[in-house]
Design a protein around this ligand. Structure first.
Ligand code: CUK
Ligand code: CUA
Length: 685
């Protein structure tokens, strides 16, 4: 697509918009001061025109700041967003693709959950096989709690090729190919039944990290709660990603056993810390709840009794060697490095971290790890160099599981007081960091110190911006890479309360777009941050998101060749093509080769017998952009989406006799309604 330019698009656009706004304000000023503010000739609306018309429509007049915000988010019809955000879809089991700064939803990517618009899991054999690879012990699990998308990286920068996402509820990982924005693979973690510390990728995407969450015995086998300390296990799994095949290689992946603390979000080291992985944790108290007999502390108290939990510091490079050397045991055929091996091989260290930590985020140069304790008003910044020194000095005590706990003062570089309930941190291009503050409902902007950032001017709070309300993650443009872009930040707020019309008691989340392009001096209270836009998200709860420059993405506009199988990303030699449409019968097996083109299915009459086993191939032979056809068979729960060039196969047994008009569900042409046919199933006997 477009070549990369030196001035970021958003900055050019901001400048243009600012100039435009200044022109509007000048005109308005002229109108107020009796100057020639008559805009009828030029066609340019003045501020007073805007507000007059707004008030006539029952809306409130806009302040200058609000007008500026409107101008900074408005994209005229046909203008594309310079950034694309991939947001997790929470309980929807999907992922959302959102344009920045317009906040327009461009797509829901069907991931773990069937989705009929994309024909995901409604008869299309390829998609059903991918969904079925997420089955658990033979049970279909067709929802997910997606939390953390991770774009693939090359040299620590997003490369626009793939995006991964985890299912917290069931410990599964999905892989999406950004050539067609479709899922290609789902893997189920064999040793854990839930996860949280993923997905994050190593700087060249060799490994996809999946940390655990609520400890269970290996393979989630039964063990009584009374055996928690000995039988329950924490874990982190490293999935090997192979870029050539575009797949996770399950047989080259491995896990590492951890103490049964509840591991939380992980991040991969980069640059100087490349080859290391950092995961937060909580419930180092080993709380097991109360049960009905009332003994023990409830989880929320029991799991936050201590002042410190443990940042897990994992030597991934060394762990790979240990796994390759076979120093593992198997759980359900999956290699696991046992905790004692991890300790013998010096793979695992802890650093104390403040109360109930949540995020753990590596700075752009890889030199610091930022951790926030939900119940501590500071972010705590660990130095990777100091961690290495403390390891070399054996400056540690052992925790009850024998893990070296590095001395807190020896590894901490700084603490910055940012507010109550800090969670997650991302970065800007200029040595600033942004932390979500859950309890205060703010975004805190603070400065990184040290020679790589703002030097002696760092490690201090620069401003806080109220957000509405109770922000979870936040994300900045390319803000967890080695070269953050800045410009935009999105606060993924958990509660919207009074921000929108209430569509019943279940309210949407509020994704707020924040301008972070301005200097601190433009607003010393907020550090220059300004809320631009509120986006109601009423389709599941996004937890994390990543924002990539749009020109790094290079998706297909149509599939490269007719007869394309998105599952293999190649032409299916058995795909129907124009002129070879046919129906073949072999005993009770019926195979159909059908084409779809505006505005016809060929053949358009299919007659079979009840009990026949049907294999139905369809190719959309249209090659124009956006010429997608649907294919729906009533009563048989079939709906396909056939994008230009795509081929798909449906397999079913004709269990119901009757007359079933099939039709195209995508309004594809003036004669779309006529794009139909009859599927007749003669009753048996
Ligand atoms: S989590 Cu939801 S706000 Cu799953 Cu990363 Cu922090
Ligand atoms: Cu094809 Cu409607």
């Amino acid at each position: 697509m477009s070549a990369r330019s030196k001035t970021p698009l958003w900055r050019k656009r901001s400048i243009l918009l600012m100039l435009g706004l200044v022109a509007v304000l000048v005109l308005a000023l002229q109108a107020c001061t009796g100057g020639n503010g008559d805009t009828g000739d030029s066609g340019t609306a003045s501020v007073s025109d805007i507000n007059t018309r707004r008030e006539a429509a029952g809306l409130q007049a806009l302040s200058d700041d609000q007008l500026l915000a409107a101008g900074l988010t408005y994209l005229p019809s046909g203008e594309w967003d310079p950034y694309i955000m991939f947001a997790s879809g929470g309980q929807s089991g999907q992922m959302f693709v959102i344009g920045i700064p317009s906040m327009r939803i461009l797509k829901t990517i069907a991931v773990f959950t069937p989705e009929p618009w994309q024909g995901w899991g409604f008869g299309n054999k390829g998609t059903e096989e991918i969904l079925a690879s997420g089955d658990i012990d033979g049970n279909e699990v067709n929802w997910a709690d997606t939390h953390h998308p991770a774009l693939s990286e090359t040299n620590g920068d997003y490369d626009g090729e793939y995006v991964f996402i985890n299912d917290k509820a069931n410990a599964r990982i999905a892989l999406i190919d950004l050539r067609d924005f479709e899922v290609k693979q789902i893997v189920k973690n064999p040793i854990a039944i839930n996860d949280h510390g993923g997905t994050k990728v190593t700087p060249n995407t060799e490994w996809v990290i999946e940390g655990g969450q609520y400890a269970t015995p290996h393979g989630w086998e039964y063990a009584p709660m009374s055996s928690y300390e000995s039988e329950y296990k924490g874990m982190v799994t490293f999935w090997k990603f192979d870029r050539d095949s575009g797949r996770i290689l399950e047989d080259q992946s491995f896990a590492m056993e951890l103490p049964p603390y509840w591991q939380d979000l992980c991040d991969a080291g980069k640059l100087e810390s490349e080859g290391w992985v950092f995961c937060g944790s909580f419930n180092t108290e080993l709380a097991t709840g109360t049960g009905l007999d009332g003994t023990g502390d409830p989880f929320e108290a029991g799991a936050s009794a201590r002042d410190r939990d443990y940042l897990h510091i994992i030597n991934l490079d060394k762990a790979i060697e240990v796994a390759r050397a076979g120093k593992t045991f198997d759980v359900k055929g999956f290699p696991v490095i046992g905790l004692s091996t991890a300790l013998d091989e010096e793979l695992l260290y802890f650093a104390p971290e403040p109360k109930s930590p949540h995020g753990s985020d590596v700075t752009p140069k890889g030199d610091y790890i930022v951790v926030s304790g939900k119940l501590d008003p500071h972010t705590t910044i660990y130095s990777f160099a100091k961690i290495q020194q403390a390891i070399a000095d054996k400056n540690w005590v052992l925790d009850p599981y024998g893990v070296p706990v590095l001395d807190f003062d020896a590894v901490v570089e700084a603490q910055v007081e940012v507010g109550l309930g800090p969670l997650h941190t991302e970065f800007g291009p200029d040595g600033y960091a942004y932390t979500s503050i859950f309890l205060d409902s703010t975004v805190a902007k603070w400065s990184l110190g040290g020679p790589n950032y703002r030097g002696d001017d760092g490690w201090k709070l620069e401003g806080t911006l109220p957000v509405q309300y109770n922000v979870g993650h936040l994300v900045t443009a390319e803000g967890d890479t080695v070269s953050p872009d800045g410009g935009y930040l999105v606060a993924l707020n958990k509660w919207s309360i009074d921000r929108f019309f209430p569509p019943g008691p279940l309210l949407p989340q509020n994704l707020q777009l924040v301008d972070i392009s301005q200097p601190n001096s433009s607003n010393p209270v907020t550090g220059g941050m300004q809320v631009l836009y509120d986006m109601a998200m009423g389709m599941g709860e996004p937890h994390y998101a990543q924002i990539i420059k749009a020109d790094k993405l290079n998706p297909f506009e149509v599939y490269p060749e007719v007869g394309w199988d998105p599952g293999t990303m190649s032409v299916d030699p058995n795909a129907p093509v124009l002129g070879n449409e046919r129906v073949e019968r072999n005993g009770n097996k019926v195979e159909i080769w059908m084409t779809a083109v505006r505005s016809h299915f060929t053949p358009d009459q299919i007659e079979i017998r009840e009990g026949d086993e049907v294999t139905w191939h369809i190719t959309n032979v249209d090659t124009s952009k956006d010429a997608t056809h649907g294919f729906a068979i009533p009563a048989y729960n079939v709906n396909l989406s056939l994008e230009p060039g795509e081929t798909a196969t449906v397999e079913f047994t004709a269990t119901q006799s009757g007359t079933f008009p099939f039709y195209c569900t995508e309004f594809c042409s003036a004669l779309h309604l006529e794009m139909a046919g009859y599927f007749l199933v003669q009753p048996a006997g």
